[in-house]
Design a protein around this ligand. Structure first.
Ligand code: ADP
Ligand code: GLC
Length: 475
């Protein structure tokens, strides 16, 4: 089976979040299931550098106002358009975080080229099916529906909060027939909705954890799309993300100070010293909590700001790596200035430091208000960095709470808390500090987490089964 994946990020080429990790891991995971996956990516500068010398298999003299070419490399198709994708700044916006004004054209171009590839071209690729990731790819389902391609599509929602919404006045730019602009099409609350269109036209919809698949059918989580998601509930599947267990392996990781395993946990101490040094933390008895995250409201980072004085008063320390909301960045830096030696903050994005924190901190905090899947808690589990997480989405599906029964049975892997507010966050931090003081129980929790299996095998088999059933349904 041949599948064209379409996405706007792919680790290790371009990444702003977990989407990239998943898109990067799926080709190898699905190969083991007999699926050949080729991924279509926008030709951002980093992607073009990685495929330098790749040959052009198709030319588009005028793709949304400028010439473009389709480049083919190993496992990749790259949409090269200097006008659309080569610029200084982020993938979706400029250096100040303001969305690029032509995001509609940029990702409509990606989606329309995906639909074009789906018509089958000997030189490019002939997919049996297309697998679209998030709003940046979602419109391909509409281009396929109203175009000549006759292949089914699957849309995976990585985060319902990002929807690709634009002004209705821009609809004519898409080159879709007028009939596509209706409540049963790309129209969404009077505007244009890329994700909405994909949810309407894809043959099947998946999201990245079973709990999130349930949650998004509720108005409290559905972000205006719960009605449509309920209508399509029969085609909505929750498939938990896996992690790349080669890249995230504490026994072989070259980015950390000392390698270790569940049976050799003592070696982990050197990594803790390294975190203390890197984040200028005073040595101490209490746990080091870490954060590796986008600093946003979704991730509950504003709540964490409010709990930091309490965290220090309990004897905890914090090492935080992240960037995002400017106000939250400022508040984190202010807390570090108030508590030198107890709170260390690095604003920015750093792959190596993210590994070092998982390897050396005692616990990783993920107090998200919503979390479709979440990967950092799974990296934490694999590295003996005990997750302290909100009971939502994929966090609820991957961590076993250290209640008394679970601790007694030796199956607990982390701490979960309900009702994400400052008070419940303080309570779970205290629970973590207390549990950490009981070294035997803590070690048992680390070992249970390290032995859990989050490799892609099972989930890849579920994607492959879904591909097959969607193809069979088309006959
Ligand atoms: P999301 O995709 O919502 O941001 P995930 O937990 O699914 O959340 O994925 C986040 C990914 O980005 C993980 O691989 C995490 O390690 C990485 N990450 C987030 N922030 C940083 C950072 N500041 N530096 C390095 N890696 C980061
Ligand atoms: C999104 C979600 C995150 C998920 C990731 C990969 O960025 O916010 O929860 O883990 O996609 O699916």
């Amino acid at each position: 089976m041949r599948v064209l994946a379409v996405a706007s990020e792919m680790h290790p080429l371009v990444k702003t979040g977990g989407l990239a990790d998943v898109v990067g891991a799926l080709p190898a995971a699905l190969k083991a299931q007999g699926v050949e996956l080729v991924t279509l990516l926008p030709g951002y500068p980093a992607v073009l550098r990685a495929v330098a010398g790749a040959k052009a298999v198709k030319r588009y003299p005028d793709l949304f106002g400028a010439p473009a070419r389709l480049l083919k490399a190993e496992g990749l198709l790259v949409l090269e358009s200097h006008a659309l994708f080569v610029r200084d700044g982020g993938l979706y916006g400029d250096a100040t975080g303001t969305d690029w004004p032509d995001n509609l054209q940029r990702f409509a171009a990606l989606a329309s080229v995906a639909a074009d590839i789906a018509t089958g071209d000997r030189k490019a690729f002939r997919p049996d099916l297309v697998h679209l990731h998030d709003w940046q790819a979602a419109l391909a389902a509409a281009y396929i529906r109203f175009g000549p391609a006759d292949v089914p599509s699957i849309l995976t929602i990585h985060n319902l909060a990002f929807q690709g919404r634009f002004d209705a006045a821009q609809f004519p730019l898409l080159g879709l027939p007028q009939e596509a602009f209706g409540i049963d099409g790309v129209e969404y609350y009077g505007g244009v909705g890329f994700l909405k269109a994909g949810l309407r036209f894809a043959d099947a919809i998946t999201t990245v954890s079973p709990t999130y698949a349930q949650e998004i059918r509720d108005p409290a989580f559905g972000m205006g799309l719960d009605g449509l998601l309920n209508e399509r509930a029969g085609q909505l599947h929750g498939i938990l993300n896996g992690i790349d267990t080669d890249e995230w392996n504490p026994a072989t990781d070259r980015l950390i100070a000392a390698r270790f395993s569940a049976g050799k946990l003592a070696a982990r101490a050197r990594n803790k010293r390294a975190v203390e040094q890197l984040f200028a933390l005073q040595p101490g008895e209490g746990p080091i909590f870490c954060v590796v995250s986008r600093l946003t409201w979704q991730k509950g980072m504003d709540l964490l700001v409010d709990a930091l004085d309490a965290l220090v008063a309990m004897g905890g320390r914090l090492a935080l790596l992240g960037s995002g909301d400017r106000a939250i960045e400022g508040a984190m830096l202010a807390a570090a200035a108030r508590h030198p030696g107890r709170i260390g903050v690095r604003i920015g994005y750093d792959e190596a430091v993210s590994h070092q924190l998982q390897a050396g901190a005692d616990a990783i905090l993920v107090p998200s208000r919503t979390e479709p899947c979440g990967l950092t808690q799974m990296y934490g589990l694999r590295y003996g960095c005990v997750p302290v997480v909100a009971r939502t989405g994929g966090l609820a599906d991957t961590v076993i709470d250290a209640n008394e029964a679970a601790v007694a049975a030796g199956v607990a892997t982390g701490l979960l808390f309900d009702l994400v507010n400052a008070q419940s966050l303080r309570a779970v931090l205290q629970r973590a500090v207390d549990l950490h003081a009981d070294a035997d129980s803590w070690r048992a929790m680390q070992r249970a987490g390290m032995r859990a299996d989050f490799s892609w095998g099972r989930s890849a088999a579920r994607y492959a089964a879904l591909y097959r059933s969607v193809l069979a349904a088309r006959g």
